[in-house]
Design a protein around this ligand. Structure first.
Ligand code: PMP
Length: 389
């Protein structure tokens, strides 16, 4: 019963005030946290056994889908963006303020959860071709969702520009004190600093600083920049190799490898610009954001990953390790393997598992299910290494 549970949690009969104040000193090793925001961060670093065995390196993946608010690394970013805005007085709880954001899904889900928990409304603009389960989840969380036809970033109807516009309209038209706040994950430096303050230090502590390569994709660039800046600049891991994992069709690979980028504003045909689409959601862009720029000069190399490689990796991980991941995580794992194969045996390679496969059932995992039987046959007879890439 409840009194027995209370005495278990709090060590004996206590008054309501005592109970409340006990939450100010939460970290007593009992695993009690203060609200959903307390479940963000301190995610495990999982050794992926099959990939480690296949490459002769130690492949470690930060299980970011275990962040407990929106189940992705964007929990860290959303929390930091909100807290920075609160410190500046741009957001005030229970004033009717609305958080606006342009997102392919993950950031919107984290913002929607934290908005509920903290007393805000949430309005998400997202491209119409993103997996439907993310839209449904946002609806259940109480966010307003505007699905926008995909357009170049120069178009005022691009989902990011629309979110900025909506925030402005809210503030201008508000008859109350309430404000619209544009979170701006692509350009706001509260994005990469979240990873600099939490993800980077966690990886450093979990590996004891023994990390030879860090491999990650970039959507806003927040993760790769924050982690890289912490490890290379603050911890002076100068021998650390940082590798960008880029899906087919993204322009970042060329930027890192060749210093050029075919910007989305260039007319088709004026330059040899890739017109390749990808089913991967969340990473791969054709412009340089402030967050990506923050650590661009510290990124050593880039690996390009095809959709087929990502699909096969996703299936491989569920079959061999019971790890069920989304498309960007699969791209990261392919690039981690490619990186590991070029490094001395025993090297430690760290990558990120961004979100779960359950966010990608209707698109990515449907395609995994449709992979040919050929793949299964190959796998039974073949060498593991050859199957991977
Ligand atoms: N994976 C998924 C599923 C994402 O939604 C995102 C963010 N858009 C990323 C990876 C990339 O992270 P970042 O924005 O920090 O580059």
């Amino acid at each position: 019963t409840s009194s027995r549970r209370d005495s278990f949690l709090f060590g004996g009969p206590v008054s309501l005030e005592d109970r409340e104040s006990s939450f100010t000193t939460i970290d007593r090793g009992l695993g009690i946290v203060d609200g959903i925001a307390g479940t963000i961060g301190n995610t495990p670093l999982v050794k992926i056994r099959s990939l480690s065995e296949a490459t002769g390196c130690i492949i470690l993946a930060k299980a970011e889908f275990l962040n407990g608010a929106g189940n992705s690394p964007k929990d860290r970013v959303a929390l930091n963006m909100i807290e920075v805005a609160e410190q500046k007085g741009l957001l005030v709880p229970n004033r009717g303020d609305t958080i606006y954001e342009g997102t392919v899904g993950s950031t919107g889900i984290s913002l929607a959860v934290l908005a509920r928990a903290k007393g805000y409304k949430c309005h998400i603009c997202m491209p119409s071709d993103m997996a439907i389960e993310k839209v449904e989840l946002l609806h259940h969380l109480g966010a307003t969702v505007e699905r926008v036809t995909p357009a170049p970033i120069t178009d005022p109807k691009h989902f990011v520009n629309l979110a900025r516009q909506r925030a402005k309209e809210h503030t201008l038209s508000s008859e109350t004190e309430s404000r619209g706040f544009f979170a701006d994950q692509f350009e706001s430096l509260a994005n990469y600093t979240a990873h600099m303050k939490t993800t980077g230090p966690e990886i450093y502590e979990q590996t004891g600083g023994l990390i030879d390569a860090f491999v990650a994709g970039a959507g806003t660039g927040g993760t790769i920049s924050g982690v890289t800046k912490y490890l290379k600049e603050e911890k002076k891991l100068t021998n650390l190799k940082v590798v960008l994992a880029d899906p087919q069709g993204s322009g970042l690979y060329n930027k890192i490898r060749h210093g050029v980028m075919y910007s989305s504003t260039e007319k088709e045909g004026t330059r040899r610009r890739a017109q390749v689409d990808t089913m991967v959601e969340g990473i791969g862009i054709n412009r340089i954001t402030e967050n990506f720029e923050s650590a661009r000069s510290l990124i050593d190399d880039a690996v390009r990953v095809t959709d087929l490689q990502a699909l096969r990796m996703a299936r491989w991980l569920v079959e061999h390790d019971g790890i069920f991941i989304g498309s960007s995580s699969a791209v990261n794992c392919v690039a981690a393997v490619m990186t590991a194969l070029k490094m001395p045996k025993g090297s430690q390679v760290v990558t990120i598992l961004c979100d779960s496969g359950s966010r990608h059932l209707s698109k990515f995992w449907k395609s995994v299910g449709e992979l040919g039987l050929e793949h299964n046959e190959e796998e039974k007879g073949g060498e593991r290494e050859e199957d991977l890439i």
